[in-house]
Structures are given as C-alpha cells and as structure tokens.
Design a protein. Structure first.
Length: 467
C-alpha cells in the first residue's frame, strides 16, 4: 500500500476543529495523520509521536524539527524513513540503524558511507542488496553470505567468484537458480541440492544426471516435478509418491500407469484430479470419493454417473469460492428441494439459484446467519429488520443489500452493536456527533470508523469503556 493510501483515511480539517491534544492522539494511532496537522500546530512532541508510530511519517515533519534524535526514532520504527533524511543527517550510525531495521535501505545510503560492515548487515538481511554494494566491496565472503541468504543474488556476484562452492550455496537457498549454473558445473551434488530446495528445478537438470534417486528427491519435494521426470524413470512407485502429495500430479502420469488404485489415491488427495482419470476408470465409487474430497470435481463426473446421492455429496462437500459451486453441474432433473436446501446451507450464494417458492423466511434466515452477503438473493418482502441484522452480524457488507426504508438511525445503531464495522456504511448525512456517540456507546470498537473530525477526547474515553 502506498504512503498516500495510508493517509487517505485522515481527513483534512481546520485548526478550529482540532486541538494539539487531539492531533497528538491522532498521530499516536496513525503516524500519517501528521499530514493533516496544520504547520502551525506541528510541535516536536507531535512529530516524534508520529514517527514513533510510523517512521515514514518523517516526510511530513518540518525540516527544522528533523534532529538526529527524531531521525533515529523514525528509522528505529521504519528503516524506510532514511529516504526522507536531510543528507546532512545521514551519519554512519543512523544509516546502520536504518539498514538493520530495513536492509533495502542500503540503496538510500550515500556511497561514501557504505562500509564493509554496513554492506554485510544489508546482505545478511536481504541477499539481493548485493546489487547496491559498491563493486570494490563485493568480496568472496560477502557474496557467499548474500547467496546463502538469497540465491537470486547470484546475478550480482562478480564472475571471478562464481565457483562451484558459491553455486552450491546459491541453489541450496533457491533451487531455481540452477538454470543459471553453467552446464560444466552442474554436478550431481549441485543438482541434488537444487531439487531438494525446490523440486521443479528438475527442469534444469541435464538428462544424463536424472537418476532414480534424484528424481525421487525432486518429487518428494514438489510432486509436480513429475512433469520433468523422463518417461523411462516414471515408475509406479514414483507416480504414487507424487499423487499422494498432490492429486494434480496425475496429469503427468503415463496412461499405462494409471491404475484404479493410483487414481483413487489422486482423487482422495484432490478431488479435481478426476479431470485426469481415464473415462474407463471413472467408477461410481471413484467419482464419489472425488466429490467427497472436493465438490467441484462434479464437473468431471460423467453425466450417467450423476445420481442424487453423488450430487448431494458434492454440494455438501463444497464451500468456497462460491462462483465455482458444483451446483451448476447438477442435472436439472436432480435439483430437488432437498438438494437446494443442502446446497444453500453449505454455500449461501447458491440461494440465487433457488426457486422463489422455496425461499421461506426460515430458510433465508438460516442462510444469512452463516453467509451474510446472501442477503442480496433474499426476496424484498422477506427482508425484515431481524433478518437483515442477522446478515450484518455475519458480514457488514450485507448492509449494501438492506432496503433503503430500513436504513434508519435506529437500524444502524443496532447494526453497529452486532458488528462495529457497520459504522463504515452509515450515510454521511446521518454521521453526526450525537450519532457517533450513540454508536460508540453501543460498541467501542466502532471508533475506528468515526470520521477524524468527529473524534474527541470524550469519544476516546467512552470507546475505552465500551470495548
């Protein structure tokens, strides 16, 4: 999130509305509130409170207040504050504090202050900061520390230091950099280290070095490394190991090795692996196992095997995301009231597919209690204050689907009582000091959603009493 986005919630108000004490409370909660403090009211105390909460608030501190002490407090809170330092205050001590808190700040350190010790701290924290280390300071020892921390730092290592031990250290941290290792240096040891770090690095292993042992190590680390195993080395045992870890690895199993037992192991791990099961092996039992593990697997079940029992198992097994609900793969003839009820209890958004005559007050209430946003699919005549509050209690976003005629001050206060974030949806014209006070008395946590210009010392006190 950008600095401006952090500050977007802080409203600009005049000095007549805010007191120094209120501004102090505001910056203690969010350092970026300093952006809205009038220059005339920015005191050293307010500024240091702001940078202690968020060091990057230093950008809003007047230059005359940027002392070594304040800058130190800023970088201790957030190393990124270094970029807002006056150049004259970038001392070795402050730069070290910044890099210790945020290694990437090495890029904001003046070249003249980049010492071997400072650069070591940076690459120990984030190896790829080697890019910003002066070339004359890139020693073999420093480069080794960098790639041990982040194998991707290999690209910044001087060619003279790219030796077998350094390549080994790099792939042990990030196996994918095996692709950058010269072919003549791809030894069995380096290749094994790479695939043990990330299995799919097997893609970059020379064919002559792909042994049964190395391929097993790769698949044990990442099942889909099976894609890069040579066909001759794909044994039943290796394939079984792969699909037990991830059913999707079944895609890379040769058809001749796809046995009923192996396919069952795959769908028990991930039902959607049914997609890669040969049609002749899709039995009722196998399909049932698949949809019980993942209801979305229903899309890969042959139509002739879609029974009421199997479809019910699918909709009962599936939760989120709602847009992939298996309900759409249920044959129309099997969409019974019982199946609809089972589906909406599991996934409230299925309520949109429910015939209107099946949407009873009891059913809708039960659904929105667990899936608040399903309120958008409830018929208008069934949207009572009680039902809407039940939806809001589960998810304040449900307020978007509450009928306008129900959005009274009394309703919003009741909503805030059950869900503090409901205050965020209160219309601006309704957000008076009196309403905010009543809301905070209902739920102190709602203070977070009170506009900045309406926050008073008294409101903070009352909020603490009603949390």
């Amino acid at each position: 999130m950008s600095d401006d986005n952090h500050a977007s919630g802080v409203k600009r108000v005049t000095a007549k509305v805010k007191t120094p004490e209120q501004y102090l409370l505001a910056v203690q909660k969010s350092g970026f509130a300093l952006k809205s403090v009038p220059e005339a009211l920015k005191t050293p105390d307010i500024c240091i409170a702001a940078v202690q909460e968020n060091g990057r608030a230093l950008r809003f501190v007047p230059e005359s207040f940027k002392t070594p002490e304040l800058c130190l407090a800023a970088v201790q809170s957030c190393g990124g504050a270094l970029q807002f330092f006056p150049e004259t205050l970038k001392t070795p001590e402050l730069c070290l504090a910044a890099v210790q808190e945020s290694p990437v700040m090495l890029m904001s350190v003046p070249e003249s202050l980049k010492t071997p010790e400072l650069c070591l701290v940076a690459v120990q924290g984030y190896g790829s900061m080697l890019e910003h280390v002066p070339k004359e300071l890139r020693t073999l020892e420093l480069c080794l520390v960098a790639v041990q921390n982040d194998g991707e730092a290999l690209k910044y290592v001087p060619k003279k230091f790219k030796t077998l031990p350094l390549y080994l250290a790099a792939v042990q941290n990030a196996g994918r950099v095996l692709q950058s290792v010269p072919s003549k240096l791809k030894t069995p040891e380096i290749c094994l280290a790479a695939v043990q770090n990330i299995g799919w690095a097997l893609e970059y292993v020379p064919k002559k070095l792909k042994t049964p042992e190395l391929c097993l190590a790769a698949v044990q680390n990442h099942s889909q490394a099976l894609e890069y195993v040579t066909e001759a080395l794909k044994t039943p045992e290796l394939c079984f190991t792969a699909v037990q870890q991830s059913g999707w690895a079944l895609e890379y199993v040769p058809k001749k090795l796809k046995t009923p037992e192996l396919c069952l192991a795959a769908v028990q791990n991930d039902g959607e692996a049914l997609k890669y099961v040969p049609e002749e092996l899709k039995t009722p039992a196998l399909c049932l196992a698949a949809v019980q593990q993942n209801g979305a697997a229903l899309q890969y079940v042959p139509e002739k095997l879609k029974t009421p029992e199997l479809c019910t198992a699918a909709v009962q097994a599936y939760g989120d995301p709602w847009w992939l609900s298996p309900f759409k793969y249920v044959p129309e003839a099997l969409k019974t009231p019982e199946l609809y009820h089972a589906a909406v209890q599991r996934n409230g958004h299925t309520l949109q597919h429910l015939p209107e005559e099946l949407k009873t007050p009891e059913l809708c209430f039960s659904v929105v209690q667990n899936h608040g946003q399903a309120l958008m699919y409830v018929p208008k005549e069934l949207k009572t204050p009680e039902l809407c509050l039940a939806a809001v209690q589960n998810d304040c976003e449900a307020l978007r689907s509450v009928p306008s005629k129900l959005k009274t001050p009394e309703f919003f206060l009741a909503a805030v009582q059950v869900n503090a974030s409901a205050l965020e949806f209160v219309p601006t014209k309704m957000m008076t000091p009196e309403f905010c006070l009543a809301a905070i008395q209902k739920n102190g946590l709602a203070l977070e959603y009170v506009p900045e210009e309406l926050k008073t010392m008294e409101l903070f006190r009352i909020a603490d009493e009603h949390k």
